[in-house]
Design a protein around this ligand. Structure first.
Ligand code: ADP
Ligand code: ZN
Ligand code: ZN
Length: 734
């Protein structure tokens, strides 16, 4: 009796499909998790075997056989598959798409899982004990032999290029004599390395943190490491990695964005003698696939990656570390909207290993979990070494004359800092020259025709750009409404401040870091290197600067404009603003010289700012958490957001109203529905966007509601005509 194959196909349908095994195979020997091809609506698709079953709900005559079997053995373990099934259920996202996103792109397309490797030359035992002088007449062989004897870790083609093009002949002769051998080594692992230990010893808080986590190795436990900026969290990670490696275990290290990787990668490589697999969007598809395969096979004991790396199979699971756990980039904002932080905890639980979340400014969710005893909290209360915490000062700029956003006291402070040869970091969270182009004659403003947004002026590219849909056009000279030649930039972006600084400090070397200035591959790395080497006087940038970078000689940090963040309608805005301020401030005075932070504001009495400065991040969190509790907002409740969009306003609204009615009829206890309302950015890229919010103090009830709703949505009359999506634990309401 032939078996039925249950297959997940990466399409937006929330169901799996039954197929028959191919000819000459009854299906019994096929293992869940393997990739296969299937005929699907006239196309060939890659599918994933979920289960081999005895029955189908469908008549057998209607089932088709699968196409080819791509993997003999599954690339993911049974535990991994279970984890993906759980993830699909939790996010209510189609299983096929969830599994597919766990694989690197070439594997998703059905490419074979082969490690690329290179030839490496090694001396043999005989080679090491024979006399080189015996080769004296073969000059090139002698030279090659000498090089290999000096490099016990082996040499590859690139290392040997200096010998001229004939070294392969010499190598062949040495192989025939039994003096050397040729082995293939995975490309990723080929760079020979040696470890340099830290030049200092760990402080008691660091030792304690390492000890606590090490003691939990081999079982599931979540730790929250809260260490002020510059307290040596990375040292704790390194200590734990060394500990895990000694036990032959692997460590997965997740970090927010690629902007952080170069520095961290360099530090890891310097300190660890083992191969490190790196996985982020700045690498090519095949490089990522190689990293994935090396980690999966246990060839690389350490993986350093961004959010999608959380799915990489682990051969010898030891520990998961997630740095800057508060960072919103751990949450994927399109299609499959998972949170790498949240699921790393589920994954650790499934693998039976500890997970360590680290941050100077932990998310409210994590602090709340620590308070409830779900996470064990570890603290690094002081800066490592001799560095002192920076002094933060609010600067009232009301009625002050501003020069391109800079107030006279800040300018004076910059002058003083530069005069003693120290570095300045200025932070403004808005790229471009100015956010608005306005007509002085009639008040017309240049707007995006496809979005509800203003076009941002980018002088260096001579363009007006929409930051929401990517639309761009040449900077206008004439008002499109009254025809006047009287258009002016309004407001402040990093480009404009850069120009202003150039005028004020003509002799200073100024560098701007934002998404516009770092688009070219490798550019950010080279800029960061110049900054670290101290050749830059003023560093100006957006939140890219806030993230974990270590700039040793920055002693003054200026935050140009915090006011915009004080007026947001998003309930998470204060949390984000506080994190940003603390993180940016943390770039000051990280080594011998003390740091100073100046925060320009029109709201010097604002309670948020004052709580933060007087009581620190934790004091601020306590106040803000009390407010969230009173309003029953996360982490005191759980949310899911249904978004719908279309080229007209009626159909998404109609769908969401129908869903709302459904939700109300279902009467699941303790659940509320809010909306539908238009999204804060109602029109984006030509689509009108609306949203409906579900909320409950009990996760279970919320998910019960979502399940019941999703089962019925596709049957709703407007369900087919409108694009909609569900965001579980949304971070962003845009
Ligand atoms: P964090 O990750 O918490 O921001 P880092 O690990 O980058 O902090 O450490 C900040 C600086 O302090 C680094 O230059 C690091 O080399 C140094 N450092 C870390 N631990 C110690 C220690 N125990 N003694 C002296 N310096 C240390
Ligand atoms: Zn006008
Ligand atoms: Zn637009």
């Amino acid at each position: 009796m032939s078996k039925i194959l249950r297959i997940a196909v990466p399409i937006p349908l929330r169901r799996i499909f039954d197929y028959l095994p191919p000819e000459n195979c009854n299906g019994n020997e096929l293992r869940p998790g393997i990739r296969i091809t299937v005929p699907f609506r006239g196309q060939k698709k890659i599918g994933y075997l979920i289960e081999v079953a005895d029955h189908s709900e469908m008549p057998l005559s209607r089932l088709k056989p699968i196409g080819e079997i791509i993997d003999e053995e599954p690339l993911i373990s049974t535990k991994d598959l279970k984890f993906l099934l759980w993830t699909s259920r939790y996010y209510h996202h189609p299983l096929g798409e969830v599994i597919s996103s766990a694989f690197p792109i070439p594997l998703r397309k059905g490419k074979p899982a082969v490690l690329s490797s290179h030839q490496y030359l090694f001396t043999t035992e005989k080679g090491r004990t024979s006399q080189i002088s015996d080769l004296s007449r073969a000059r090139r062989q002698t030279e090659l032999m000498r090089m290999l004897l000096a490099s016990p870790q082996g040499l590859g083609a690139r290392d040997l290029a200096g010998l001229g093009c004939n070294w392969r002949n010499s190598a062949k002769q040495l192989v025939e004599k039994g003096l050397i051998e040729i082995k293939r080594i995975p490309t990723l692992l080929s760079c020979a390395q040696s470890a340099t230990p830290a030049s200092y010893s760990l402080n008691p808080a660091q030792k304690m943190a390492i000890e606590q986590v090490s003691r939990a190795m081999g079982r599931f436990k979540t730790f929250l490491l809260e260490g002020v900026t510059g307290s040596g969290k990375t040292e704790v990670y390194l200590g734990l990695i060394e500990f895990a490696l000694r036990q032959g275990k692997q460590v997965m290290v997740l970090i927010p964005e690629i902007s952080l990787t170069p520095q961290l990668e360099a530090r890891f490589r310097e300190r660890l003698a083992e191969p490190i697999a790196v996985f982020h969007s700045g690498l090519s598809e095949s490089e990522r696939q190689q990293a994935w395969l090396c980690f999966r096979q246990g060839l690389a004991p350490v993986l350093l990656g961004t959010r999608s790396a959380v799915f990489t199979p682990m051969r010898n699971p030891g520990l998961i570390i997630l740095d800057e756990e508060h960072d919103a980039s751990f949450k994927q904002q399109e299609r499959f909207r998972f949170s790498a932080r949240d699921i790393s905890i589920v994954r650790a639980k499934q693998l039976g290993i500890p997970v360590l979340l680290g941050s100077a400014t932990p998310s409210f969710e994590s602090i709340f979990n620590a308070k409830r005893g779900r996470f064990e909290q570890l603290f690094l209360p002081e800066r490592a070494g001799i560095a002192l915490p920076p002094v933060i000062k609010l600067l009232d700029i009301r009625n002050q004359p501003l020069e391109e956003g800079l107030s006279p006291p800040l300018v004076a402070e910059i002058k003083r800092t530069l005069a003693v040869g120290e570095q300045v970091l200025l932070f403004l969270n808005r790229r471009g020259f100015a956010p608005i182009l306005i007509c002085h004659g009639c008040g017309w403003i240049a707007s995006c025709t496809r979005c509800d947004s203003r076009l941002v002026i980018h002088v260096s590219h001579g363009k007006l750009r929409c930051h929401h849909c990517g639309y761009e056009q040449i900077i206008l000279k004439l008002c499109q409404s009254c025809g006047a030649q009287d258009l002016h930039p309004l407001g402040l972006g990093t480009e404009r401040v850069e120009g202003g600084l150039g005028g004020l400090f003509p002799n200073a070397k100024i560098v701007r870091i934002d998404r516009d200035s770092t688009q070219r591959k490798g550019h950010l790395e080279s800029v960061l290197r110049t900054v670290t080497s101290g050749c830059v006087d003023i560093l100006l940038g957006t939140q890219m600067l806030a993230k974990g970078h270590h700039f040793p000689t920055v002693t003054l940090v200026g935050i140009l404009d915090v006011d915009a963040g004080l007026y947001s309608t998003d309930f998470r805005a204060p949390e984000r603003l506080a994190q940003l301020i603390v993180q940016v401030a943390g770039r000051a005075g990280r080594e011998q010289k003390p740091g100073k932070v100046i925060l320009q504001t029109h709201n010097p009495d604002h309670p948020l700012l004052n709580a933060l400065i007087q009581k620190g991040y934790r004091g601020f969190v306590d106040n803000a958490l009390a407010e969230r509790k009173a309003a029953l907002l996360p982490p005191f409740s759980f949310q899911a957001l249904m978004r719908a969009e279309a080229t007209n306003t009626e159909s998404p609204m109609r769908l969401l109203k129908e869903v709302r009615n459904l939700a109300v009829e279902l009467r699941i206890i303790d659940t509320s529905v809010f909306g539908p309302v238009s999204a804060p950015l109602t029109k984006k890229a030509g689509l009108f966007r609306f949203q409906l919010l579900f909320q409950s103090p009990e996760r279970k009830n919320l998910h019960r509601l979502l399940e019941l709703i999703l089962a019925k949505v596709s049957a709703l009359p407007s369900g087919k005509r409108v694009r909609w999506s569900l965001d579980v634990d949304p971070l962003d309401f845009y």
